[in-house]
Ligand binder design. Structure first.
Ligand code: DGY
Length: 323
């Protein structure tokens, strides 16, 4: 019997994908940092039984229509806004993501951004590296405290809750806003639910962790930044398009807010000459929320398990269900 054909859109660990090699012909794009060109992805998708995709691959109607053998798409991310899930479901193509296993890693990075911007860690590290440090000064690179401040988490899912857990260690007051109340978060981490406007008004750190949907697109715009405290720091570890980046830039240069920590951008990769990246009070990272070796290997393994399950007629472990 002909073996199924699987296309992996980026170089991944063959060891983690071993279950796939046992049951199928596996074809992998050999580059780690250069994406598979769209035309090639289309060619591969046309004959694929399964695709292991990255968040940078757009799996849209065009690809789903051409991929007539496709049974499963396993996305190496918890977010799945790069895939037309509704259309895939109509075509009975299973879509899987990698929830849970990246929760703590992404929360660590998010809290790292809070600390980096508040305590000016990147500026301070550059100061030493650039040989600017001549003497100790009372207000040299003085930032803002994190402990005992108010953190407002927009999008209280699992990662939001894990960020809140870290905030408890810093004895912070925790506010959150979510589409629906998260009673578990209220009980487990003492987070208080409030309206988005109240959260924006009262928080010292506004942390965006909401998924990108039609409802959350450009949720953060000039109106939101104007509501925030002039001393507030904005953190985004979800998706860039949740923010109007021009408004964020204006808010930062007009001192409507004090700083921003960004792991995600509307256009990725963002270029070094982008106005936001040049600001001294912005920490910009290349979408590394879940990028620890342990977690990325677990994510690869989970993608492989999901594909194996679907191709062998079993239930996938983490199928995306549209709510
Ligand atoms: C994801 O997996 O969707 C996140 O962006 C983690 O970096």
């Amino acid at each position: 019997m002909k073996k199924p054909y699987i296309f992996v859109t980026r170089k991944c660990s063959e060891y983690q994908l071993k279950p796939l090699y046992d049951i199928a012909d596996v074809d992998m794009w050999p580059e780690e940092e250069v994406p598979c060109p769209r035309e090639l992805l289309i060619e591969k998708a046309k004959k694929a039984d399964a695709l292991l995709t990255m968040l940078s691959d757009s799996i849209d109607q065009e690809i789903l229509d051409l991929a007539t053998n496709l049974k499963v798409v396993a996305n190496l991310a918890v977010g799945f806004d790069n895939i037309d899930i509704k259309y895939a479901n109509e075509k009975e193509i299973v879509v899987c993501n990698t929830p849970d296993i990246l929760t703590d890693t992404t929360a660590d990075l998010t809290f790292g951004l809070v600390l980096s911007v508040a305590r000016r860690l990147m500026e301070a590290a550059d100061y030493v590296k650039n040989n600017q440090w001549k003497s100790w000064g009372p207000l040299l690179l003085a930032g803002h405290d994190v402990h005992h401040k108010t953190i407002g988490i927009v999008g209280m899912g699992k990662i939001g809750q894990a960020v809140a857990k870290r905030a408890i260690g810093f004895e912070m007051n925790i506010l959150y806003h979510n589409r629906t109340r998260n009673h578990e978060a209220e009980e487990m981490v003492g987070a208080s639910y409030c309206s988005l406007d109240q959260l924006l008004k009262e928080s010292d750190f506004v942390v965006c962790l909401t998924p990108l949907t039609n409802e959350t697109k450009q949720l953060f715009n000039m109106k939101s930044f104007k509501i925030m405290k002039k001393t507030a720091i904005f953190i985004n570890a979800s998706r860039g398009a949740v923010v109007n980046e021009d408004d964020l830039y204006q808010a930062l240069i007009n001192k409507e807010i004090a700083g921003a920590g960004l792991d995600v951008f509307t256009q990725e990769p963002i270029q070094a000459d982008h106005p936001l990246v040049g600001l001294h009070n912005v920490v910009a990272l290349p979408h590394i929320g879940s990028a620890s070796m342990e977690t990325r290997f677990s994510m690869m393994h989970l993608c492989a398990s999901n594909i194996t399950a679907v191709l062998t007629g079993n239930k996938p472990l983490t199928k995306v269900e549209l709510k």
